[in-house]
Design a binder for this molecule. Structure first.
Ligand code: 13P
Length: 344
């Protein structure tokens, strides 16, 4: 294992003032996003949309890496420039989603297990020929009546650890993503307990499989009350409980934590990241705290574009602004007024 290379890549992924653009939606999920703005889910439209994102001038100032889907890493923009090449031009590291999706966990109604280990070693070798430097695997943990089960947490943690080991063996940095879903009506306390238990189990499994913590990036969900809970969590509360959770679970050797947005809206995902980074200065936390958002970065961009070629430049401006605000939040330098400046 080339731990020097892994450490260098992992640190670059979470470099100060930068974060990760997750644009690794599977074809059906990309279809849902496109359809939400009235665009048909055709290959040409997926290419047009991803060319819009990756062709944004200046994106590399705020985005250290972007996570692609299997289809996307093989495609290019309408001018014939391969997407991986477009990323290299902006110093954006190439990432690739390598799991094959969350399937029903046998004998555990309502719970999921992420698949994709079969043939992974060979797939990683192929992705390296496209210039990939890091990978992503997402596990989902559902909170509900009597859920999650230990079986679900352990099976997903084990799969994450086996995936991470294969990545490191291949010289690719694993993004380890155990997402605790926000669906339901559970409280922030329940979310905290489940997230602590999940992350502890994940790090125990990573350790057992020999994964080096300095050569990985954790991509967790923030700790907050579920979507249908009576009282939405305040920003300060989300920041404090999330940091408390990380302090109880994440080894100091991990270079960085890049949060998912989990269905929080644009600014909703920016604010707690900013607050956490302000608090981090006093707490002297060992890891960088940044973003790896999909929806919270892409939503306003998609809304502006809506499939219209004449709106590409406006949509790119919106993406750049959102990336900039999150990059500022990753240093604790975001201010609420900056949202208005965007509107102006
Ligand atoms: P969201 O930011 O939309 O939650 O997506 C992040 C991601 O990569 C999901 O796997």
């Amino acid at each position: 294992m080339d731990i020097d290379l892994l450490g260098k890549t992992a640190r670059a992924m979470v470099a100060a003032g930068q974060g990760i653009l997750a644009m690794d939606e599977s074809t059906p999920t990309c279809g849902k996003r496109l359809q939400s703005v009235g665009v048909e889910n055709t290959e040409a439209n997926r290419i047009a949309y991803r060319a819009l994102l990756l062709g944004t001038p200046g994106l590399g100032d705020y985005i250290s890496g972007a996570i692609l889907y299997d289809e996307t890493i093989r495609q290019g923009n309408p001018d014939g420039i391969p997407f991986p090449e477009l990323m290299k031009q902006q110093d954006i590291l190439i990432g690739i989603k390598v799991d094959t999706g969350a399937k029903d966990l046998a004998l555990h109604g309502g719970e999921k297990i992420t698949e994709g280990l079969d043939g992974l070693r060979e797939r990683l070798e192929e992705y390296k020929t496209f210039g990939a430097r890091f990978c992503k695997w997402r596990a989902v943990i559902t909170i509900g009546k009597g859920l999650p089960s230990r079986a679900c947490i352990e099976a997903n943690a084990h799969a994450l650890a086996r995936y991470a080991a294969l990545c490191q063996e291949a010289g690719l940095v694993p993004i380890v993503e155990p997402e605790v879903l926000l669906d339901g009506d559970h409280s922030i306390d329940t979310c905290y307990q489940v997230t602590v238990e999940t992350q502890r189990t994940v790090f125990e499994q990573l350790y057992r499989q020999g994964v080096r913590f300095e050569g990985m990036v954790l991509k967790p969900s923030m700790v907050l009350a579920a979507k249908d809970h009576a009282r939405p969590s305040a920003i300060q509360e989300v920041a404090e409980r999330t940091l408390e959770c990380l302090q109880q679970t994440v080894p100091a050797a991990v270079p960085g934590i890049a949060f998912l947005s989990g269905g929080q809206t644009d600014a909703q995902a920016t604010r707690p990241l900013n607050t956490m980074n302000r608090l981090a200065q006093d707490l002297r936390l060992p890891w960088r705290l940044t973003f790896s958002y999909a929806r919270a970065l892409q939503h306003p961009t998609l809304e502006t574009w809506r499939g219209e070629p004449g709106k590409v430049e406006a949509a790119r401006k919106v993406l750049l602004q959102r990336a900039r605000l999150n990059a500022l939040a990753s240093k604790g330098e975001y201010r609420e007024e900056m949202e208005q400046q965007q509107a102006a």
